[in-house]
Design a protein around this ligand. Structure first.
Ligand SMILES: Cc1ncc(COP(=O)(O)O)c(C=O)c1O
Length: 418
């Protein structure tokens, strides 16, 4: 493919106008970190000025009754539309790790006679740490079974099915794996888990807003996810959690805080869980971050997840094709699934010098991508602002950095954040 062909794809791209709705101030910057931190929507900058100056500055404490108190639920309903959840099942609260902790303990309490937790080795480490802490808190009675990846890219459905048995209390997985972009068959796994009476908790951090997710249709029990990646909520934006409606009155949060109380402002000295999903709130919502998320959600909803997914498949497929054509001869290999049905919106490529190549891309080429240990370059393609030309140019920059050997001038010593 040529750069002209990439430009032609952009001209015919129906999502291309959305790029202008983001702050894209630095000409020449190629931003491919959409799965780490989404770009800033212009509407968010405007809304933040209003929130800070008017709502915080003038409304002051009155803001709580005007709109803040209901924000975690109201904005949660917008996330619900993106994850295929009927109203009343999604709320915004805390970080993904903390929400996972709350839901894992709540789920294990529902299956007191079972002692197996099934996950996989491609899951995000924080998710596994949370599982380990839950096992410890419950006295070490549970065992975590991690299904290994045979090819370091994907997890076999059959291997996963074999691990899920009558002793399994909970299956918890990242729908799209953070390193390789592998996408699980969530409906099939949920069905298998339910056949043997296990509960299923999905981490949708790398799929929400970019891969259609159908929590209600899958029959998922619970889910969590980040909002600062493809949902562009901003650094540290509050995460979401989902609990299937039929389970809500049977589960309790392990952290009983006043925002999860039935009537927080009655200041009763004894905890009574709020009805429904609200019981998973803990303390005061981070209102500034919460309100910053809303314009971005509106934008994603307007673009439509189906259209976003269609472009995402084209972007990632183009990157895979260019990699085969241009980068394989330079010593790269694909670190993501080739089948677009099994791939999220990021693509990883492998090279023994990935760390130094990434340093050169940042410092010399104005290309921002991720390095992940030990040898992986990761490109998060966000269809609402990533263009086909971005992808073409990024591959061309990698080619230059490797062909010229410029990356060799960088130290292999890792910086604190890679
Ligand atoms: C799949 C996945 N789960 C969980 C997390 C952790 O999210 P948080 O920092 O909000 O706890 C991340 C962070 O990148 C992630 O990629």
């Amino acid at each position: 493919m040529t750069s002209d062909e990439a430009r032609a794809l952009d001209r015919h791209d129906t999502l291309a106008p959305f790029r202008d709705r983001f702050v894209v101030d630095q000409p020449g910057l190629i931003y491919l970190n959409g799965n780490s931190l989404g770009r800033l929507p212009k509407a968010t900058a405007e809304r933040m000025r209003e929130v800070v100056e008017q709502e915080w500055g003038c409304d002051l404490i009155r803001g709580w009754n005007r709109s803040w108190y209901e924000a975690a639920v109201r904005i949660g309903e917008k996330v619900a539309q993106l994850v295929g959840a009927a109203p009343g099942q999604v709320i915004l609260s805390d970080s993904t790790s903390v929400n996972l902790f709350k839901l894992v303990l709540a789920a294990l309490e529902l299956r007191p006679d079972r002692n197996r937790i099934v996950s996989d080795t491609l899951n995000f480490p924080s998710d596994l740490y949370v599982l380990q802490s839950c096992v410890r808190l419950l006295g070490g009675r549970h065992h975590i079974h991690l299904v290994p990846s045979e090819d370091d890219i994907s997890i076999s459905l059959e291997a996963l099915h074999d691990e899920i048995d009558e002793q399994t209390a909970l299956v918890t997985l990242s729908h799209v794996a953070f390193k390789t972009g592998f996408c699980h068959d969530a409906a099939a796994i949920t069905e298998r888990a339910h056949e043997v009476g296990a509960l299923v908790l999905w981490d949708l951090s790398h799929s929400v807003g970019v891969v259609p997710t159908e929590l209600d249709r899958w029959g998922a029990d619970m889910a969590v996810g980040c909002t600062y990646k493809y949902l562009c909520g901003g650094p540290g934006a509050p995460a979401f959690l989902y609990v299937r409606r039929e389970l809500q009155e049977r589960v309790l949060s392990p952290v009983w805080g006043w925002f999860g109380q039935q009537a927080p402002f009655e200041f009763d000295l004894t905890y009574q869980p709020a009805e429904g999903i609200r019981r998973f709130l803990v303390g005061t919502s981070p209102i500034l971050s919460l309100l910053a998320l809303e314009p971005a959600l509106d934008l994603v909803l307007e673009a439509g997840v189906q259209a976003i997914r269609a472009k995402s498949v084209r972007l990632t497929s183009m990157l895979v094709d260019l990699m085969d054509e241009v980068l394989v001869p330079l010593g790269f290999a694909l670190g993501s699934p080739r089948d677009p049905d099994r791939r999220g919106s990021h693509v990883s490529i492998l090279h023994p010098e990935a760390y130094r190549i990434n340093r050169a891309l940042i410092e010399e080429m104005n290309v921002l991508a991720d390095f992940r240990e030990p040898n992986l370059l990761r490109f998060g393609l966000a269809p609402v602002y990533t263009s086909f030309t971005d992808v073409w140019q990024a591959v061309d920059c990698i080619r230059q950095v490797v062909e010229t050997g410029h990356y060799r001038s960088y130290s292999p010593q890792r910086q604190p954040v890679t």
